[in-house]
Ligand binder design. Structure first.
Ligand SMILES: [Fe+2]
Length: 129
């Protein structure tokens, strides 16, 4: 049986409005998979929350900003966990599992990655070649 889910927008608005009666500092953890949804929650709460910080993907984004209404935003804060890992898990079992899954798949050709300048500097700082 699927749970009945509530629309998060009016739910978070009600929660923030209630919290505003008790504090002027409101930090919202926007836990979700899609950046667009987290950005939408951030924009929706602009001027209502102090900060909206996304979580879940385990990889920190570099899109920190202050929205026009004064709300601080970051799409994903990344993770706390072992650096020598895959999202906190031991490397070898995850690589082996992914390898087995990928052998069953076919897909496009070529490869590519976008590394923003800021990310490149961070990687250099970590000792990447
Ligand atoms: Fe999660």
């Amino acid at each position: 049986m699927q749970p009945i889910l509530e629309n998060p927008f009016p739910a978070v608005e009600a929660a923030v409005t209630a919290m505003r009666q008790e504090t002027s500092v409101i930090f919202v953890d926007a836990h979700g998979e899609t950046p667009a949804r987290k950005i939408a929650i951030g924009r929706f709460l602009d001027g209502k929350a102090s900060a909206v910080i996304g979580t879940h993907t385990h990889v920190q984004t570099a899109d920190e900003q202050i929205f026009p209404g004064g709300t601080a935003f970051l799409c994903d804060a990344g993770m706390c966990g072992p650096a020598n890992s895959i999202l906190g898990r031991a490397v070898e079992p995850i690589v082996n599992r992914s390898f087995r899954i990928c052998r069953r798949c076919s897909g496009g050709e070529g490869s590519g990655a976008v590394v923003r300048r800021r990310g490149f500097r961070s990687m250099k700082r970590l000792g990447a070649p």
